[in-house]
Design a protein around this ligand. Structure first.
Ligand code: G3H
Ligand code: 13P
Ligand code: ZN
Length: 315
């Protein structure tokens, strides 16, 4: 089937108390690990591409891989721009055939955020593309994504009244909210408490409206331990507990963003192969196990999100 927007996925997710996994893709092994997991679990899928991924992989290669995923699986798949930072980038992605774009002006003033989002919504809707926006600020700093210090995330959670006003003024289709999560591997040093009261209050003010949770990797200890065992150095870190994700998806959260856990799975396996077989130099011998580790991690995640078995509902 052709690419879909997230519209039907989110309606089903909202009503069914689950969320769709949005996984970041940068290369073929990531794509195959994720897509194979969704195929085995019959899950709807959002494949998301960041500005950095576009620069790294060349959009035409990524599009070729996504077209192959569509024909190999017949799953409902949305192609989404993650953290678009300008109108021009969002427009380029709409023109490139994306079915969903995110415009992230969350670090700017409310007025600037509204103004740019409105422009993106207008262009995207004219072309049948849905738009995710963001208000409030997450923690963590990454290549192309601005964030606050991970220690300060609770000071920057989304204001529910602002969220309501923001959605009304922009006409966006989904809203990423800050509720205590951070991007990257170094989210928390101790068990975190997410601001479920914020999610609940936004849910009350915007009934039926899909929310998005970024920075939602769980940073599994098994991967950190493997990385550290085989020469890495990733001390003292924790992610978003799976129980917290399972709770959020029963509320208004319909999309959960995962990138770091994919990177950790791949890195852990590659380090293990390099360390255990130092004479190995065939990329298939380390990327293959890495791809398998990604697949197993994603399959597990689809059950945490509750979207395993939900593909048919979202077609
Ligand atoms: O939240 C951002 C994603 O993890 C994408 O990261 O900009 O390094 O591709 P990236
Ligand atoms: P993680 O870094 O927790 O995987 O979050 C990814 C994300 O939010 C992509 O937009
Ligand atoms: Zn994000």
């Amino acid at each position: 089937m052709p690419l879909v927007t997230t519209e039907k996925m989110f309606r089903q997710a909202y009503d069914g108390g689950f969320a769709v996994g949005a996984f970041n893709v940068n290369n073929m092994e990531l794509m195959q690990g994720i897509v194979d997991a969704c195929k085995e679990e019959n899950a709807p899928l959002i494949l998301q591409i960041s500005k950095g991924a576009r620069a790294y992989a060349n959009m035409n290669y990524l599009k070729g891989l996504i077209n192959t995923a569509l024909s190999e699986t017949n799953l409902p798949i949305a192609m989404h721009l993650d953290h678009g930072d300008t109108f021009d980038l969002c427009k380029q992605c709409v023109d490139d055939g994306f079915t969903s774009v995110m415009i992230d002006k969350s670090h700017e003033s409310f007025e600037n955020n509204v103004a740019v989002c409105k422009q993106v919504v207008e262009y995207s809707h004219k072309n049948g593309v849905v738009v995710e926006t963001e208000i409030g600020q997450l923690g963590g700093i990454e290549e192309d994504v601005i964030g606050v210090s991970a220690d300060d995330v609770m000071k920057h959670v989304t204001d529910p009244a602002e969220a309501e006003e923001f959605v009304k003024q922009t006409g966006c289709d989904s809203l990423a909210v800050a509720c205590g999560t951070s991007h990257g591997a170094y989210k928390f040093k101790t068990e975190p408490k997410l601001a479920f009261d914020v999610i609940e209050e936004i849910g009350k003010r915007l009934p039926g409206f899909p929310l998005v949770m970024h920075g939602s990797s769980s940073v599994p200890k098994e991967f950190i331990d493997l990385i550290n065992k085989y020469g890495g150095n990733m001390p003292n870190t924790m992610g978003v507990p799976e129980e917290a994700i399972a709770k959020a998806v029963k509320m208004a959260v319909c999309k959960v963003n995962i990138d770091t856990d994919l990177r950790l799975a791949l890195t852990a396996k590659i380090r293990q192969v390099f360390s255990e077989s130092p004479a190995e130099f065939d990329p298939r011998k380390y990327l293959g196990p890495g791809r398998e580790a990604i697949k197993e991690m994603v399959k597990h995640k689809l059950h945490v999100l509750g979207c395993a078995g939900k593909a048919d509902l979202c077609r």
